[in-house]
Ligand binder design. Structure first.
Ligand code: 5GP
Length: 117
């Protein structure tokens, strides 16, 4: 899928849509989800024009994806989730309910999350 530069996360990156940012560095930004599925629900996204979903990733993305996960664990700790635990989720495509075509990782925590499914 070609990258749509007007997708909602691209617009958040350009500050065309306001967001409650909790973290940013040269490579990633993280902000609170507008429709939180848990008491803490943060979305971490790469800057630029990454793959539209995990399905679009290749070998060249391995380092970035590793740093994305490590960054998310650091944010989770900063958000006070490390002791009780949390979930990292990447949705891929229609069956997973992916709605925004810009690679992203959800951090969910702050309550018992229950079974996957
Ligand atoms: P997906 O379902 O694609 O894995 O995740 C996209 C997420 O983006 C959803 O959880 C949705 O609530 C969130 N989202 C959509 N539009 C906005 C927005 O304008 N601002 C913020 N902060 N989150 C958004």
């Amino acid at each position: 899928m070609t990258y749509d530069p007007d997708n909602v996360f691209a617009r958040i990156l350009r500050d065309e849509i306001p967001s409650d940012r909790v973290y940013e560095d040269d490579e990633f930004i993280a902000f609170r989800d507008i429709a939180p599925a848990a008491p803490v629900h943060v979305v971490v996204i790469p800057r630029g024009e990454p793959a539209t979903s995990p399905d679009g990733l290749g070998e060249a993305d391995a380092g970035m994806v590793g740093r994305l996960v490590v960054t998310a664990t650091r944010i989770a700790r900063e958000q006070g989730l490390a002791e009780r635990g949390y979930r990292l989720v990447m949705n891929c495509g229609e069956d997973a309910g992916q709605t925004v075509p810009h690679l992203h990782l959800h951090i969910l925590g702050g309550r018992v999350l229950g079974a996957l499914g």
